[in-house]
Ligand binder design. Structure first.
Ligand SMILES: [Zn+2]
Length: 342
């Protein structure tokens, strides 16, 4: 209990820092990674899915608004199509939706859209929210990346709910800017069609979309099973279920020097798993996931997985480097005052 109070006590300082930083957002159009060679596509949806209506309605948000014409078609053999959508149920991950694209020779060959029913079966996921989540994933499958967190008008906003899980933080529809980016990718004059994901190495690219946004480290700590300060003692290879590319993970051993929350003793070692890795032949790359390196000093906000590894919450959101100038988030470089946690 005492530890938990300490974790909570640093919220005020963090919140003010967050507000300061978020008061000066820089808006930019959503980024893209490539496009299909044709603007007419069919996304095949698993007939047995409980979400066939959200899949078709979510795709229609792009079909009706942009040059990208993605129809949906129900099938009992979804696995035989390169552009496919089906439900998965994963209980120990932070994503409520995920899209994979496969690149070969600089071209997109496959797009696989998954909605995680572990989350969407919760009552707070209304049919409108499920449809908007599908629209977000279809946005990935047509070539868009997640927006930055400050882009609160883009449907490519990476999070669905606020930390209290009371309100959505992602818009329900593509913005005017989203539409114009898509129309740029899929011009009606087909001679201008880009046919590429050029510059991308062959492999699977995974775009996880997070169920909950944690606005600061206090909220991350609340959600975490374990908050630990420690040293990366080794890079421990990949772990995967062959062919299930979203399961591919890279392992690192981390020795705790200080346990800030959770059932671990100082000095104990844990295995941290981060999305993305390789089975020796196929490479899997994951947005917003920077793998730990040996000898890094880190502060990690972790979720315990069923396989007894720990994963940073929401990818890089849960990873901080302990550097000479302070403890800072690996992606945003945002500094936190760890002393007020201790
Ligand atoms: Zn996303």
């Amino acid at each position: 209990m005492r530890k938990k109070k300490r974790v909570l006590s640093f919220s005020a300082a963090l919140l003010s820092l967050t507000l300061l930083l978020s008061s000066t957002p820089v808006f930019a159009a959503v980024s893209t990674y490539g496009s299909w060679p044709s603007r007419y596509q069919t996304m095949y949806v698993d007939t047995s899915s409980t979400l066939t209506v959200p899949y078709s309605s979510g795709a229609a948000k792009w079909y009706n608004a942009t040059n990208y014409k993605v129809s949906t078609s129900l099938t009992g053999t979804v696995g035989s199509y390169n552009y496919r959508a089906f439900n998965v149920t994963e209980t120990d991950v932070d994503w409520d939706g995920i899209t994979e694209h496969f690149v070969y020779n600089g071209e997109i060959w496959k797009e696989i859209v998954n909605i995680n029913t572990y989350y969407t079966s919760m009552s707070r996921y209304t049919s409108a929210i499920k449809t908007a989540l599908v629209a977000h994933e279809v946005g990935h499958s047509l070539g868009l990346l997640d927006s930055s967190v400050v882009e609160t008008t883009s449907i490519m906003h990476p999070y669905t709910f606020n930390s209290a899980e009371t309100a959505t933080v992602r818009p329900m529809n593509p913005s005017a800017s989203d539409i114009s980016v898509v129309n740029g990718l899929y011009p009606t004059s087909s001679s201008f069609m880009k046919k590429s994901a050029s510059g991308q190495e062959d492999g699977y690219y995974i775009h996880p979309s997070w169920a909950v946004y944690y606005a600061n480290e206090n909220e991350l700590a609340e959600a975490a099973d374990l908050v630990v300060r420690g040293t990366v003692t080794s890079e421990a290879g990949s772990k995967f279920t062959r062919g299930d590319y979203k399961s591919y993970a890279t392992l690192s051993a981390v020795q705790a020097t200080q346990v800030l929350k959770g059932g671990l003793k100082d000095g104990e070692q844990i295995m941290v798993s981060q999305m993305g890795g390789t089975d020796g032949s196929v490479k899997v790359f994951v947005d917003e996931t920077t793998h730990l390196q040996k000898d890094q000093e880190v502060v990690l906000f972790l979720r315990k997985r069923a396989d007894n590894t720990y994963s940073p919450i929401n990818g890089d959101d849960g990873v901080y480097l302990d550097t000479k100038i302070g403890v800072k988030n690996i992606a945003t470089k945002r500094l936190i005052d760890l002393n007020s946690m201790i």
